[in-house]
Design a protein around this ligand. Structure first.
Ligand SMILES: Cc1ncc(COP(=O)(O)O)c(C=O)c1O
Length: 347
């Protein structure tokens, strides 16, 4: 008898971007982290933490944090779920909203965690290929229990229109999760659609625009019935006391987050212009990363050559992705160093 479930033996786990551990300097543009530090309010909150906070269990319902998020989005605490990264709440959605014989839809390519979550849960996957122009062909008759719409999409950086999203959500019979991990870098979002629908959740994270990937805080906003289902099945104490405190400080300093987003968008515009000069086709980005196709040397060669020079970007082999590289927008200095290498490679 096998000690491991057969489906777990058969599945391939999620492959995260490399997180270098040594002290050597690396220009890290591979996991869409924010190059700027979190709010100073987070530093202040950290200074007030001593080890006595660890003696007791944390608030199982994260009331203060959820209240702050509810205030931010003009809804009530019953509309807000908080999780250990957006990844946790995406996993919980596959457990709460999909029957054993149900299925999960998502676009291909989009966030590569979704199929892994389906395999863990043991439910069918219904990937839908993006159009040739990388827009999401919203299905009119998708017959699945749950659909993940990454908007703006990763790794393509494309933002779908509100009207497309709204039409899809109102026709779809199951639960739609609008994964808005990168939406603070975009021209619009769909939070209001979630708040007026019975079957739509928006998922957000503090990992990108708030510069806190190491904290692990994601949240979902939507109808109270969906939120209650997630609260029912989560681990009792899914958010530790330190995360609750520091996430609250970050959420309360919107100015800091918005200023960093503007800085990154300015760098993005400049970097995209320079890449085009080097012959890249760059997809118009609505995120803190760009999706670009080189013309003078292959995407894989660019990835390999940069890797040798300790500049990490992301390369996804495969039919729809293998001609492109995904590059996170870092500081101006980091992008300049990257560009000086690319100039040598692309002449
Ligand atoms: C589209 C998308 N959704 C969710 C996440 C996960 O966010 P978190 O770090 O909060 O788990 C990521 C992380 O890269 C992502 O790209």
């Amino acid at each position: 008898m096998s000690l491991i479930r057969q489906s777990v033996v058969d599945m391939k786990g999620y492959t995260p971007g490399e997180q270098p551990q040594g002290d050597a300097r690396v220009i890290k543009l591979n996991t869409n982290e924010n190059p700027y530090p979190p709010s100073l309010h987070v530093d202040e909150a950290m200074r007030t933490i001593d080890s006595s906070i660890l003696r007791k269990y944390p608030d199982p319902l994260s009331i203060k944090l959820r209240t702050a998020i509810a205030d931010l989005h003009d809804c009530t605490i019953d509309n807000v779920f908080v999780g250990n990264g957006a990844d946790e709440l995406l996993a919980l959605c596959t457990r709460a909203f999909v029957e054993n014989d149900g299925s999960v839809g998502y676009f291909e390519p989009s966030y590569s965690l979704y199929p892994v979550l389906c395999d863990i849960r043991g439910v069918a996957k219904m990937p839908i290929e993006l159009d040739d122009n990388l827009s999401s062909p919203m299905p009119t008759n998708a017959d699945c229990s749950l659909f993940f719409v990454t908007n703006p999409n990763a790794p393509t950086s494309v933002l779908d229109s509100r009207s497309n999203v709204e039409r899809f959500c109102s026709n779809f019979k199951g639960v739609v999760v609008l994964d808005e991990a990168y939406v603070d870098f975009s021209d619009h979002n769909c939070m209001d659609i979630a708040l007026k629908s019975k079957n739509v959740l928006v998922a957000r994270t503090l990992s990108k625009s708030y510069s806190m990937a190491g904290l692990r805080l994601g949240y979902a906003v939507g109808d109270a019935m969906l939120i209650e289902a997630l609260n029912k099945i989560k681990d009792s104490y899914n958010l530790n006391a330190i995360t609750q405190k520091l996430a609250l400080a970050a959420i309360l300093d919107q100015d800091h987050m918005l200023a960093n987003v503007e800085r990154i968008k300015t760098t993005r515009t400049r970097f995209v212009g320079e890449l085009k000069e080097l012959g890249f086709m760059v997809v118009p980005s609505q995120t803190n990363f760009i999706w670009a196709k080189p013309s003078r040397i292959s995407a894989k060669e660019i990835y390999d050559e940069l890797y040798k020079r300790r500049i990490l970007i992301r390369y996804f082999p495969g039919k729809n992705t293998g001609d492109f590289v995904r590059i996170t927008i870092g500081t101006d200095e980091e992008m300049d160093e990257l560009l000086s290498v690319l100039r040598k490679l692309c002449i």
